[in-house]
Design a protein around this ligand. Sequence first.
Ligand SMILES: C[S@@+](CC[C@H](N)C(=O)[O-])C[C@H]1O[C@@H](n2cnc3c(N)ncnc32)[C@H](O)[C@@H]1O
Length: 334
Amino acid sequence: MNEQFNNVSNMQIYSDNPLAVDDEGYGTDSNSSVTSIQTSRHSLFSASHGRRYAALNDSYFLPNDDAELQRLDLQHYMLLQVLEGRLHIVSDPEFVPGSVLDIGTGTGTWAVQMADMYSGSHVVGVDLVPIQHEMTPPNVEFHIEDVSNGMTYRANSFGLVHSRLLVAGMRNWDTYIKDCYRVTKPGGYFQGTEFDAELKSDDGTNFSELPSMRVMNVINGMTETMGYDLHCGTNMRRRVADAGFIDIEEYTFRLPIGTWPKEPRLKSVGKIMLENAVKGVNAWGLRVLVSSGMKPDDATELLEKAAISFKDPKIHMYVTAHYVLGRKPENLTH
Ligand SMILES: C[S@@+](CC[C@H](N)C(=O)[O-])C[C@H]1O[C@@H](n2cnc3c(N)ncnc32)[C@H](O)[C@@H]1O
């Protein structure tokens, strides 16, 4: 890792010690500065319970309306803070990807920023729905495709394959990561980033009875039964190795929810994570609860209560993000 990236590991979230708590000046305000995103309206969308979803593959259970797109960009800027402004974790300072594939690109913000950063490289973003930015640099393009049954891209095509936050869309992770290996160029990289969907605390803060925790437990139980892997962050390294990637690196980060940490950057990450949780609990839970038979209004009310309880300043919870990087061997015999 180069000097810049090494600094990331100095962040407290990367150490094994409990995160230090700032017990002064806790605030629960969460004003987002993210601006609204123009979306294309298309038959690829379906609407239910007041939110908009993907029609191409309804097993992706998060919405994709304007509120959700704002949340995704908020999350993107939070993750940029976590990596101290870096878009990827390849440490070679000479690295130029040449061609990039961003799978489940969402708003396409990561893809656009990669295209700006590597103006001589070509960036492809692929997603179920056309929700990407319309003003883009000339070296980026977006495709609509369901990647869960195998991608249409040719083998050995991309110098960097990037996959971030697909936990709610993927049920066949082993096959998917092997497909990522297939489309990666020999010598090229795959970077997978996922959060484990588990709320944790290091200092004994008891949140088991909070509405947020109770609702998350119900939703997590149901999504696991439906075949989603809520520990795909933890399992990423094994899958990347099984697919054939080598020189694997993994970095884990504890992402606080709330402004309770003492360290300023963690406090800033925590502030965004709190906004993310407050906005995300409806996105994460509505479709799942309604599909279990709950009335949409009851589900919405329950999720609102859960969202409010994330703001309790006495609760020091966090989720763990896993970044896994693997390289496809240069000299392949097959
Ligand atoms: C949580 S968002 C993450 C967006 C982006 N990767 C980021 O980190 O900001 C997941 C995205 O993956 C897309 N997605 C989910 N399942 C997919 C599939 N089977 N094929 C293609 N895209 C998919 C969704 O439409 C959504 O835009």
